[in-house]
Write a protein that binds this ligand. Structure first.
Ligand SMILES: [Ca+2]
Ligand SMILES: [Ca+2]
Ligand SMILES: [Ca+2]
Length: 387
C-alpha cells in the first residue's frame, strides 16, 4: 500500500509543470481574473492554449484586426487574491508570447493599481516594453513606487494598459513574484565604468558619477560597448534576464527612450530582439527594468576568451540617464528553493522546515499553495541539478 501511495506522488510530481513558485495570476479560469471582461470594440481577450508557461492556459489579447491602439485591461478587484503577493514583492514578472509570423514596430504597457471611488488611481511611472517579435519573453513590472491599498478597502485592481503600433497578438501567463534571491550581481559601478565605453561615436558621453554610470545622449541610437564583469559568461549562460536600475535624470523631449542589449563573445554578436522602455513623457524617475535575452547567441562556455555586455540606448532627443546595479536573473531550476543555482540540502531543509505551510513561499515548489510531499519529491528528483 505504502509503495503504491509513493508511486502516485512520484508520478504527480513528475508531471507537474516546470512552475516557478509564487504565481499571482495563471489565467486558468475563463474570466481570466476579470480581464476577459475587457474585450469589445474589436479587442479580443480570452483564455487560450498558446504561450502557456504555467498550468494549462494563458490569456490571449488581440488588437482589432485592422488597427493598433491602446486599451486598459481591468482585473476583477479580488483584493484577497492579489494583496498578499504584493505585500511580499512589488516587482512582478510576466511571460508574454508573440506567435509565429507576428511582429509590430512597437508595443508597450502601463500598469496601475486602483481602488473604489475616492481612492486614487495609481499608475506606475514608466512604460514596459512588450515583445514585438515571435517567441516568449519575460517582462518585469516594477510597482515599487506605488502605495499598497488600505487593507480595509475591499476593491483593489491590477490593471494593464496595453498599446501597440499595429494590430498585435499576445499571450500572457505566469504573473509571478520577482525574487531578489535569483539575482547574480554583475555590474555595481563601485569604482569605475567597468569597461563600458562609447567607442568613436559622437553625440554621447559616459561618465562615472557617484557609483553609477551616467549616459548623456543627444538622441538617436547609441551603443554602450564592452561592459566587463567577472564570471559574466557563466552568469549569462544561467540566466534569461539582464536587470538594472535606471534613473531618468533628464527626459527626452519626444517623450520616449528605450534600450536593447547584446552579449559579445567568441560565439558572435549575440543581440536580443527585446526592447525595454526606459523613458516616458517628461517624467524623471527611477525604476528597475529587465531585458530578456533568451534569443541571443550565448558564449560557448563559462570561461571564453572574452565576454562583454553592450547596451543600445535610443531616444527621441537628448536624454540623460543613470544606470546602476546590473544583475543577471537566474533561470529557474526546478527544486532550487533558494534560487542559488543548485538543488541541494539547503533546498531540502527549506521544504522540511516549512512542511504543511500554506503561505506564499518558494518552498511551495509546485505553486499549489501547500508545502507537502509533492514539493519534497520535486527537490529530491532534481537533487544535484545545477551544482
Ligand atoms: Ca496559466
Ligand atoms: Ca538551492
Ligand atoms: Ca506545493
Amino acid at each position: 500500500m505504502r509503495h503504491t501511495y509513493w508511486m502516485g506522488v512520484l508520478i504527480g510530481a513528475f508531471f507537474a509543470a516546470n512552475a516557478p513558485a509564487q504565481i499571482v495570476y495563471s489565467f486558468e479560469t475563463e474570466d481570466l481574473h476579470g480581464y476577459a471582461n475587457s474585450a469589445g470594440d474589436g479587442w479580443q481577450v480570452f483564455r487560450a492554449q498558446t504561450g502557456v508557461t504555467h498550468g494549462d492556459y494563458s490569456m490571449a489579447v488581440l488588437w482589432p484586426s485592422t488597427s493598433g491602439g491602446f486599451r486598459w485591461l481591468g482585473s476583477n478587484g479580488a483584493r484577497d487574491e492579489l494583496l498578499p503577493y504584493l505585500q511580499i514583492s512589488k516587482k512582478l514578472l510576466l511571460d508574454v508570447t508573440v506567435p509565429e509570423e507576428r511582429s509590430v514596430p512597437w508595443a508597450n504597457m502601463v500598469v496601475s493599481l486602483n481602488g473604489p471611488a475616492g481612492y486614487d488611481w495609481n499608475q506606475a511611472l514608466g512604460l514596459i516594453g512588450l515583445p514585438r517579435q515571435s517567441g516568449t519573453r519575460t517582462v518585469l513590472i516594477d510597482l515599487e513606487s506605488l502605495p499598497l491599498p488600505n487593507p480595509n478597502v475591499e476593491w483593489f485592481q491590477l490593471n494593464l494598459g496595453v498599446n501597440a503600433g499595429d494590430s498585435h497578438e499576445l499571450y500572457f501567463d505566469s504573473l509571478r513574484l520577482y525574487r531578489s534571491a535569483c539575482e547574480m550581481r554583475a555590474f555595481t559601478f563601485d569604482n569605475d565604468l567597468q569597461g563600458f565605453n562609447i567607442g568613436d561615436q559622437a553625440g554621447v558621453t559616459l561618465t562615472w558619477v557617484d557609483g553609477k554610470m551616467r549616459v548623456e545622449s543627444e538622441g538617436g541610437f547609441k551603443w554602450l560597448f564592452d561592459g566587463s564583469a567577472t564570471n559574466l559568461a557563466a552568469m549569462v549562460r544561467r540566466g534569461d534576464l539582464v536587470v538594472m536600475d535606471v534613473t531618468i535624470v533628464s527626459a527626452p523631449p519626444d517623450g520616449w527612450g528605450n534600450m536593447i542589449m547584446s552579449i559579445n563573445s567568441p560565439a558572435g554578436w549575440g543581440q536580443s530582439n527585446y526592447s525595454a522602455e526606459v523613458a516616458q513623457g517628461a517624467n524623471t524617475f527611477t525604476r528597475t527594468i529587465a531585458l530578456d535575452y533568451r534569443d541571443a547567441t550565448l558564449p560557448p562556455d563559462d570561461n571564453p576568451e572574452y565576454c562583454t555586455l553592450n547596451l543600445g540606448v535610443n531616444s527621441g532627443g537628448a536624454m540623460t540617464i543613470e544606470i546602476d546595479n546590473i544583475r543577471i536573473y537566474r533561470r529557474a531550476i526546478e527544486g532550487d528553493v533558494n534560487c542559488d543555482g543548485c538543488v541541494d540540502d539547503a533546498d531540502l531543509l527549506s521544504v522540511l522546515f516549512e512542511f504543511g505551510s500554506t503561505a506564499i513561499t518558494p518552498a511551495d515548489v509546485n505553486g499549489d499553495r501547500v508545502v507537502d510531499d509533492a514539493d519534497l519529491l520535486m527537490v529530491l528528483f532534481n537533487f544535484g541539478q545545477g551544482c
